[in-house]
Design a protein around this ligand. Structure first.
Ligand code: ZN
Length: 237
């Protein structure tokens, strides 16, 4: 059964109520969720599912289930398990998620400063990286940092747009990330648009206005292989 993905329409939801629809050794499935499941380089959310008696079920990780749009909440070891049909109050670790949203959106902007195919990427709460198929001599940390921060300072509102699979097939230039193709099969694909800066398929969570990123620092640039020149960043503050 598909989980209603509340974070898709509002990435700022920190709490919501949901009903338990399945519980097994892989995790807890709910009818709706604010927990983002691991995907597209963004880690799954952590947090808690709170029972009506106040008991807290700690969520250590969130993953996609077997079918499209299903989400499994992975309980921490030794934490209680809920009953099917039970209503729970969901709470995500908001400080962690908001840092991920700021860094994730920053990667979109940096991918427009470094003009090269993206061959990999990852986001963690304290740092994020993109790998590019580019000559090392073309990567300058100071320039990447200042140009990315200049774009962030424009304070542009981000937008979510949806297109059909067929429309995406007709515009392959939209897909910058060679290692992560956008999910197909649902008939439509979600894009993040930062007007005037970036437009690309992405199912992750982003800030409403790029001003919220504040700014970034380039931590280091190193070669991880001929087609993987890695640029690692952190939030400036
Ligand atoms: Zn994104």
């Amino acid at each position: 059964m598909a989980t209603e993905l509340l974070f898709r329409d509002d990435a700022y939801l920190q709490t919501a109520d949901a009903r338990v629809v399945a519980v097994d050794e892989r995790g807890i499935a709910l009818d709706r969720t604010i927990f983002y499941p691991l995907g597209g380089g963004q880690p799954g959310d952590t947090g808690a599912l709170v029972r009506s008696n106040g008991e807290r079920i700690a969520v250590a990780d969130t993953r996609k289930g077997d079918s499209i749009d299903t989400v499994l909440h992975g309980p921490a070891p030794e934490t209680p398990r809920p009953e099917i049909g039970e209503t729970l109050t969901l709470e995500i670790d908001w400080a962690r998620r908001y840092a991920l949203m700021r860094l994730h959106t920053a990667l979109h902007i940096m991918s427009c400063v470094v003009v090269a195919p993206v061959t990999g990427g990852n986001i963690a709460p304290e740092k994020a990286r993109l790998d590019f198929d580019i000559d090392m001599s073309l990567l300058d940390a100071g320039r990447i940092e200042s140009e990315t921060n200049a774009l962030i300072a424009r304070g542009i509102e981000t937008e979510t747009v949806w297109i059909t699979d067929a429309e995406l097939d007709a515009r392959p230039e939209l897909v910058k990330t060679m290692s992560v193709q956008p999910p197909r099969g649902a008939g439509r694909v979600r894009l993040l648009r930062i007007p005037g800066i970036d437009l690309q398929p992405c199912g992750g969570t982003h800030v409403r206005n790029i001003r919220e990123i504040g700014g970034i620092r380039v931590l280091r640039i190193r070669s991880e292989g001929r087609r993987n020149r890695r640029v690692e960043i952190a939030l400036a503050s």
